[in-house]
Design a protein around this ligand. Structure first.
Ligand SMILES: NC(=O)c1ccc[n+]([C@@H]2O[C@H](COP(=O)([O-])OP(=O)(O)OC[C@H]3O[C@@H](n4cnc5c(N)ncnc54)[C@H](O)[C@@H]3O)[C@@H](O)[C@H]2O)c1
Length: 487
């Protein structure tokens, strides 16, 4: 990869391309691994709708990595950079329409509020934020500024998840009465949440926020209902120093990128992966961020086993569990209704290899893997069974690219504007709030050992006041009025 020959000042770029002013001018903050999808889309498939003006990060090495990437992806486009503390000034001076936030979860609320107040809309990676105080501040800022926040829920667009929505929405199982949902993260992907910033609750809110907000959003959207009350139980039972000591795992290397960790199935050696090496290992000297810490080290404050009961306003109950040290990765969901039941079973990695020859990809949901064992086979199965009828398998039609083609659909909605979608996949800020609300209530319940009512959390907005349909209608109105303003 070449280094970026950096560019015109952003002010001049704005003035030098009058014919392109109708493109949305965006900046991205947080140039870690998640940034790749947005940078690629903005400089590739969606470059006629969106102009990536600048990127920013606290780590100058990762900014340089993406400036070079930008040159690779679109040599003719001049992408510049700014310091994170200059976000407000940069938005105002450069007439930025939208800020894409891909920083760690605990920073989301600050950047969202700052961007809204400076006059830009926001696209933020899940989770919206990690606690009730963050939700309140974001809700207030949206009310104050009238601006828009979109939380990107790419799982909705995964064809199998869309197919399940379609069945429920069609009425084939009648009215939903309950949902049983379990998610298994394996000893490679699950372990990854225990290697870096996610492993401290004050950074990520724990897996109930960081990971399960995807899952809670799916349920909220699948059944088109609003969560009301949560009871949670769980703990750290596998990773962490105490569990390791209990199992006789002592004297462990502090990190994976060291020769003494060779052959350790829990070690991630950043030198073995070109991208991880360039993005993280090569840039540690700037900020000390180590991407590969030992999962059995002291100081881990998040849970690895979680179980929840969630009551929905419309009546259904969700029973949910998350395990982060499973021997296989995937999920099972069953939705019961007054006229039948629908079940989705997904195996993303049937077995984790413990061989030093065969490398395990970190996230099998993003990079499909093929190592099936004899009993469990990678794949997906959607089964509908109506009362008094035999079960039928419902076909799932996958597309090209990440998450069965789902990422491409998400990016189109995001950058070209949400089209008419009978499944209501484009998500608004209230969807983001409803998803984290379950995790925030779950964390409160873990602390108190009592059920927690979401309405008592002080999130700054009434989750039941609007449905996703009104959200979408409003978002379309906003797009229209913005276009009118521009026109
Ligand atoms: N939707 C999905 O499937 C999905 C997948 C992965 C990550 N994510 C989300 O994307 C976000 C980023 O995750 P990631 O894996 O890329 O993390 P990462 O650690 O790889 O990248 C985060 C980047 O933010 C920078 N940063 C840290 N603090 C900052 C600050 N205060 N200001 C500016 N920059 C700062 C870091 O230097 C780093 O480059 C998270 O919110 C995560 O939940 C979503």
């Amino acid at each position: 990869m070449s280094t970026a020959p950096n560019t015109l000042p952003a002010e001049q770029q704005a003035d030098s391309k009058p014919e392109q002013r109708e493109r949305a001018r965006v900046v991205l903050i947080g140039t870690g691994s998640r940034a790749e999808m947005y940078v690629q889309a903005a400089l590739g498939d969606h470059s006629s709708s969106v102009e990536l003006v600048a990127i920013s990060d606290t780590n100058p090495g990762r900014v340089q990595y993406y400036l070079a990437r930008a040159v690779e992806l679109s040599p003719a486009t001049a992408v510049t950079q700014f310091q994170p503390q200059d976000l407000t000034r940069f938005i105002r001076d450069n007439r930025i329409d939208r800020v894409i936030v891909t920083t760690p979860d605990y920073t989301h609320a600050d950047y969202i509020v700052e961007a809204l107040e400076a006059g830009a809309d926001v696209v933020v990676e899940k989770p919206l934020t990690i606690d009730a105080e963050g939700c309140h501040r974001i809700s207030d800022a949206i009310d104050r500024t009238g601006r828009d926040v979109v939380v990107t829920f790419n799982y909705r667009y995964s064809p199998r998840n869309s197919a399940l929505k379609e069945i429920i929405q069609s009425g084939a199982i009648g009215s939903v009465t309950s949902i049983d949902f379990s998610w298994m993260l394996d000893t490679v992907h699950g372990a990854d949440y225990f290697r870096r910033w996610h492993r401290q609750k004050e950074n990520s809110g724990g897996l109930l926020i960081h990971k399960a907000s995807h899952h809670f959003d799916l349920v909220n959207w699948w059944i088109d209902d609003v969560p009301e009350r949560v009871f949670a139980s769980g703990g750290l039972r596998f990773y962490g120093d105490r569990n390791a000591a209990g199992r006789g795992l002592t004297d462990r290397p502090e990190r994976g990128t060291t020769d003494s960790a060779a052959g350790d199935p829990f070690a991630l050696d950043l030198r073995e992966d070109e991208r991880l090496n360039a993005l993280y290992y090569a840039n540690e000297h700037h900020d000390g961020y180590q991407r590969d810490q030992d999962v059995f080290a002291p100081g881990i404050t998040i849970e690895d086993n979680l179980a929840l009961v969630v009551d929905y306003a419309g009546g259904p109950t969700l029973s949910y569990s998350l395990n982060a040290h499973s021997p296989w990765e995937g999920y099972r969901v069953a939705v019961n209704g007054t006229q039948g039941r629908v079940e989705l079973e997904v195996v993303e990695r049937a077995a984790v290899s413990n061989s030093t020859e065969q490398k395990n990809v970190v996230d099998p949901s993003a990079t499909p893997v093929e190592e099936d064992d004899a009993v469990r086979v990678n794949g997906e199965r959607l089964i509908l069974q109506r009362h008094w009828e035999a079960a039928v398998e419902v076909p799932i039609v996958n597309g090209e690219g990440g998450h069965g083609g789902g990422d491409a659909l998400l990016l189109t909605d995001l950058f070209e504007g949400p089209g008419e979608d009978p499944l209501g996949r484009p998500s608004g800020y209230l969807d983001g709030l409803r998803a984290v609300a379950v995790g925030i209530a779950g964390n409160a319940s873990l602390e108190s050992s009592l059920p927690v009512r979401i309405s008592e959390l002080g999130l700054g907005a009434d989750l039941t006041e609007r449905t996703e349909l009104t959200d979408r209608a409003e978002s379309n109105d906003r797009t229209e009025s913005k276009e009118n303003r521009r026109g």
